[in-house]
Design a protein around this ligand. Structure first.
Ligand code: SF4
Length: 274
């Protein structure tokens, strides 16, 4: 993650011409990618003298949780080895037994011991493991408030929202459009729960990537010439139970997982949920 407080700190030094030479559609999206460590500031060829001075000494090689997820994971694990796991378990509402903290992730056990060893009933992907560790290390352990907000309303989310749309909501919508059984799959395989339709959507499904960090996916079917749409909502406490980078990682990780499942199986389970 960047040493900057938010993407706007980076954006204000950019050219703002949205020329796309960096590979992003807008300067704001580029700033978001730099903030998340997915791009290097020097990938913008239009940096002013002021910006070059400001970012002098900025590492010119990617060193982030996305580019080097294993490295970032190791760093977090070593922090856990200095943590009081019993206290952390109480804070985040985890089970603590045999020196191990265990939480349910998408309905499956996911644990860590005092040496920083992870154990899980599911594959240990960095997009799951990093938010899990950030939650254990720094999460406030607040109970969900049941107030749903879009990503852009979380602390630090506004600047990153264009990128979040591109990497999470748009790919997930493409899967939902072509695999209408996506929501059945979510409910049955990932211990999701269909809830009463929210925000006048046609389908609303809640998942728990972490017990205290629920995610709600709302889908609007195409109607009367209008395109379908899909939006993700988080509990308003999400940015205090995690950091915004980890909320981003969870959302984009879910989108990647659904896309992979759709590609691999072609047809998803077909039991209707509505
Ligand atoms: S290359 Fe620089 S100026 Fe052009 S869109 Fe990217 S950040 Fe903006």
């Amino acid at each position: 993650m960047s040493k900057h407080k938010n993407a706007f700190e980076i954006f204000r030094f950019l050219d703002k011409s949205n020329c796309r030479e960096c590979g992003e559609k807008t300067c704001l999206a580029f700033a978001g990618a730099v903030f998340l460590g997915q791009k290097r500031i020097h990938e913008c060829p239009k940096l002013s003298r002021e910006a070059l001075e400001r970012f002098a000494g900025e590492p010119d090689d990617r060193n982030t949780n996305e580019q080097n997820p294993e490295e970032y994971l190791q760093k977090l694990k070593s922090e856990v080895s200095r943590l009081d796991l019993a206290e952390a378990s109480e804070r985040v509402g985890a089970r603590f037994s045999g020196g191990k903290l265990t939480l349910k992730i998408l309905g499956k056990d996911f644990g860590i011991d005092a040496e920083g060893n992870l154990s899980a009933e599911i594959h240990v992907n960095p997009w799951v493991a990093v938010p899990f560790l950030v939650h254990v290390l720094r999460g406030e352990g607040l109970p969900a408030s049941a107030k749903w907000v879009p990503f852009r309303e979380l602390g630090g989310g506004r600047e990153l929202y264009p990128l979040f749309q591109k990497r999470c909501e748009e790919p997930m919508k493409r899967v939902a459009d072509t695999h209408t059984d996506l929501f059945d799959h979510i409910v049955h395989v990932f211990s999701g729960r269909q809830v009463e339709e929210q925000f006048e959507s046609d389908i609303s499904v809640v998942l728990h990537p972490l017990p205290k960090v629920p995610v709600m996916i709302c889908y609007w079917q195409p109607e009367d010439g209008l395109e379908s749409s899909l939006h993700i909502f988080f509990d308003e406490t999400a940015d205090r139970n995690l950091d915004i980078g980890s909320v981003f990682t969870l959302g984009t990780g879910l989108a990647q997982m659904f896309t992979k499942i759709a590609l691999r199986h072609g047809i998803l389970p077909s039991t209707p949920i509505r």
